[in-house]
Design a protein around this ligand. Structure first.
Ligand SMILES: [Zn+2]
Length: 181
């Protein structure tokens, strides 16, 4: 929507600076974050181009992203299982806001990918999934609903650019016709 069609007016930075009690300072806060046992291994796997999950020995579901305990059975998960990364798009949106909350001129398509992982019932709300960018699909694919159910696979960044981050996967892209992953 164009700004002039929105009732009221946008707050400008100078309006905020004029408010009483506003003090300007540069924050110097530093923090560290521990990803934990399961997620750390998951992130290391991404650096190697592998998507790892953990198997629940009780319900036999493979949890991706991995967790130390199964949230259904409260059972400690046991072995690591690699999944292919192929899956299908569960839902998707067109976003004009980037990951750092910046406004995007060219929108991104963001989706939830239901990964092919053992133990999950088809079409249930319980699935192994990742939230990620989709490439090779258009805004029109989202609007028309064509993107829903589309088979996709991860497009990995080159090895030297990977950092042990979910962004080591550049995006998920559609499988080619008859492509088997
Ligand atoms: Zn379980």
């Amino acid at each position: 929507m164009k700004p002039e069609r929105v009732p009221g007016r946008y707050i400008r930075e100078e309006d905020l600076r004029r408010l009483p009690g506003v003090i300007e300072y540069t924050p110097t806060a530093r923090y560290s974050y521990s990803a934990g046992q399961a997620l750390s291994e998951f992130l290391r796997g991404l650096k190697d181009g592998r998507i790892l999950g953990k198997l629940c020995p009780s319900c036999r579901r493979v949890l991706v992203p991995p967790r130390v305990y199964c949230e259904f059975c409260f059972t400690p998960t046991t072995e690591w299982v690699e999944v292919t990364g192929a899956g299908r798009v569960e839902t998707a949106v067109t976003s004009y806001i980037g990951a750092a909350r910046e406004r995007l001129e060219k929108p991104e398509i963001i989706g939830v990918i239901r990964l092919d992982a053992p133990g999950h019932a088809e079409n249930s709300f319980d699935f192994a999934g990742l939230f990620h960018k989709l490439c090779g699909v258009t805004e029109d694919d989202v609007k028309s609903g064509r993107v829903i159910g589309m088979r996709v696979k991860p497009r990995w960044k080159p090895v030297h650019e990977r950092m042990g981050s979910i962004l080591d996967i550049e995006c998920f892209e559609p499988l080619q016709p008859r492509e088997v992953v």
